[in-house]
Design a protein around this ligand. Structure first.
Ligand code: NDP
Length: 255
């Protein structure tokens, strides 16, 4: 019997996979059998990663584009079509943080965070889903949400607005595309030790707060997301749709 978690024969595009959570999830999906398309803005960071995947006998390619550049996104999908590359699994992971009290926040910075963290997921999701619908063989969309999809924190208003939007975008995708056997779900990571959080991990007061506030008593590591990503990319989740799974060491469950 084929394993419920087997991704052999599938291709996954993971946005923002030049490092951090995206790269960990890309490696995990590859371990489960999927071919991977790595993405980020910088081709020079992606090319050596493709070699690393190949050394581990995993199939990978890269496609550099800025997730805020709609023209580049559409061209990338057109190139996938031309080369017969079908995206079966999309992980909308690329994201940025920008910390500033709202009274001092410029609207350009608000827009940049919303574009990168939310609008990109709609545009890339739409391009992927168009093709999934046309092929008629279903697909998986995994949006990377956040604790900020549920609760606010001072100085990260655009991030929270984007991640709150990601939750309802995920449900909208499920509502519109479930009939085409597309499952759209989200992962809400807790505090994970990546480059995005360097300012927080190196702040001893914040570090102590995270350890004290998180029932697991530690920061997450990127590998912590891999099992959930494989589950949501695999046939094991074929009747799971529009959900957010929080991978947060229990943080949201307690006060
Ligand atoms: P990192 O800063 O470590 O990595 C971000 C990735 O996104 C990089 O690969 C970067 O690639 C890419 N990226 C950023 N902007 C763009 C863009 N405009 N176009 C294409 N790629 C882009 O962040 P994390 O790994 O920590 O975060 C990944 C996701 O997880 C984000 O959506 C974040 O909001 C979310 N998240 C993270 C949490 C955490 O604690 N770390 C908690 C909750 C959610 P490059 O610079 O090469 O372009």
């Amino acid at each position: 019997m084929t394993s419920l978690f087997d991704l052999t024969g599938k291709t996954a595009l993971v946005t923002g996979s030049s490092g951090g959570l995206g790269l960990a999830m890309a490696r995990g999906l590859a371990e489960a059998g999927s071919s991977i398309v790595l993405n980020g803005r910088n081709e020079a960071k992606l090319a050596p990663l493709v070699d690393e995947f190949a050394k581990n006998s995993h199939s990978a390619s890269h496609c550099a584009f800025d997730v805020c550049d709609e023209e580049a996104i559409v061209s990338a999908f057109n190139r996938f079509d031309e080369t017969g590359q079908h995206i079966d699994i999309l992980v909308n992971n690329a994201g940025i943080q920008f910390r500033r009290p709202m009274l001092e926040l410029e609207s350009a910075d608000w827009r940049r965070v919303i574009e990168t963290n939310l609008t990109s997921a709609f545009i890339i999701g739409r391009e992927a889903a168009k093709r999934m619908v046309k092929r008629g063989s279903g697909g998986k969309i995994i949006n990377i949400a956040s604790l900020a999809s549920e609760v606010a924190r001072a100085t990260i208003a655009p991030y929270g607005a984007a991640k709150g939007g990601m939750k309802l975008l995920t449900r909208s995708m499920a509502a519109e595309w479930a009939a085409h056997d597309i499952q759209a779900n989200a992962i809400g990571p807790g505090y994970i030790d990546t480059e995005m959080n360097t300012a927080l991990t190196s702040d001893s007061k914040f570090d102590a707060w995270v350890r004290g506030r998180t029932p697991s008593g530690r920061w997450g590591v990127p590998q912590d997301l891999v099992g959930t990503a494989i589950f949501l990319a695999s046939p094991a989740s074929n009747y799971v749709n529009g959900q957010i799974i929080y991978v947060d060491g229990g943080l949201l469950a307690v006060i």
